[in-house]
Ligand binder design. Structure first.
Ligand code: NAD
Length: 359
């Protein structure tokens, strides 16, 4: 019996979470779900969208699976997802993007692994509002230090990238490559422009690569990487990126395999791991039993592997692959057209997968 923290999230989170726990339980592995709510409703009730009890539960159980959580745009509380990763030092965001036969996509045989640094960069949350004291002080300091003017009506986000943070994420990418028989790691950056933040990321990547002579290493500038991934994705294998580029490239890679509905993920630290789909809470579909639960289910497959339950992971992955290949019991986003009347519901996908595993 595994005690696992379960965060249903909001928007479509609760419905895909329910579908996911059902297929995970159908593998025969016993789970004792420690249910912890977080997000906007919790913020309204408890004054904090990520109460300490949630973090304590994950620290204790070491493993969590979560549905997406809405972040208000521009105003309101900071992202619960980012806070969770930072509070638990879940420094590595691992997002495999693999083609499944039968999925509706322009590409075949995609097999990429995105390793995104999760705690630093422009997502560190060090931001100064326009006209605030902090902003004024930074503008004055920059003027003094570099004689460069920042316009007075600016807002400022700070981009820290450290040797420590880069070393551990690049090492994680190489260790992952080694453990999973991958051939190449590509470090992605914009070191030609941001010489001291991305430049450091590249320099440390090169240093770490020397400890892994058995794995090919190369680097690519982020804009070129975007074009290359669209034109010849087969040339790439494991990509390691700072936080912001990693976020964007994760969605690009999800597009290559058929959309966000199929892109799983894990946030991994030295102590705990939190499994979640790449996609967000898709609020417009909330409560409609309509969206694709496969990305969260595939995150569940990653969780089973993390727990060492390889046979259960293989069995669930196989059942999911078979449902995708048949193309019958899949949601609207995987049908030839979005208004296909034969599209399955979220719970219908879970039923079909469970039937595969139990027959
Ligand atoms: P989103 O991923 O929620 O939705 C974008 C579009 O992708 C949707 O309109 C829908 O068409 C499609 N989509 C997403 N998930 C799908 C699924 N499972 N099945 C079928 N189609 C799916 O992105 P967004 O609209 O930019 O963000 C909505 C909210 O989610 C925001 O508040 C954002 O901050 C939050 N978010 C949370 C997480 C997280 O919890 N880790 C991640 C990303 C975004």
């Amino acid at each position: 019996m595994y005690r696992v923290t379960l965060i249903p999230g909001d928007g479509v989170g609760p419905e895909i979470t329910e579908a996911t726990t059902r297929v995970l339980e159908a593998t025969g592995i016993a789970f004792d779900w420690d249910i912890q709510n977080a997000g906007e409703e919790v913020y309204n009730q408890e004054g904090n969208p990520l109460p300490d009890r949630v973090l304590e539960s994950i620290r204790k159980n070491k493993v969590a699976i979560k549905g997406p959580i809405t972040t208000p745009v521009g105003t309101g509380f900071r992202s619960v997802n980012v806070a969770l990763r930072q509070s638990l030092d879940l420094f590595s965001c691992l997002r495999p993007c693999k083609s499944y036969a039968g999925a509706k996509t322009k590409y075949e045989d995609i097999d990429l692994v995105i390793v995104r640094e999760n705690t630093e960069d422009l997502y560190a949350g060090i931001e100064y509002k326009k006209d605030s004291e902090g902003t004024k002080a930074i503008i004055d300091l920059v003027k003094k230090l570099s004689n460069r003017a920042i316009r007075n009506d600016s807002g400022i986000s700070i981009k820290p990238i450290s040797v420590f943070g880069t070393d551990r994420i690049v090492r994680f990418a190489f260790e992952y490559a080694r453990a999973n028989n991958r051939r190449k790691v590509t470090s992605v950056h914009k070191a030609n422009i941001m010489k001291y933040s991305d430049g450091l990321f590249l320099e440390v990547s090169r240093q770490v690569a020397k400890d892994y002579p058995d794995i090919e290493f190369e680097d690519k500038i982020i804009d070129n990487m975007c074009m290359q991934l669209v034109q010849k994705p087969e040339l790439y294998d494991v990509l390691v990126l700072p936080n912001l580029y990693g976020d964007i490239i994760s969605d690009l890679a999800a597009g290559l395999i058929g959309g966000l509905g199929l892109a799983p993920g894990a946030n991994i630290g030295n102590e705990c791991a939190v499994f979640e789909a790449t996609h967000g809470s898709a609020p417009k579909y909330k409560g409609m039993n309509k969206v694709n639960p496969l990305a969260m289910m595939l995150s569940g497959v990653m969780m089973l592997r993390h727990l060492g339950e390889t046979a259960a992971a293989d069995s669930l992955d196989k059942a999911i692959a078979s449902v995708i290949q048949e193309g019958k019991n899949v949601t609207y986003d995987m049908k030839p057209t979005y208004d296909d009347p034969t599209a399955s519901t979220t719970s219908g996908v879970a039923d079909a997968i469970i039937a595969k595993m139990t027959n």
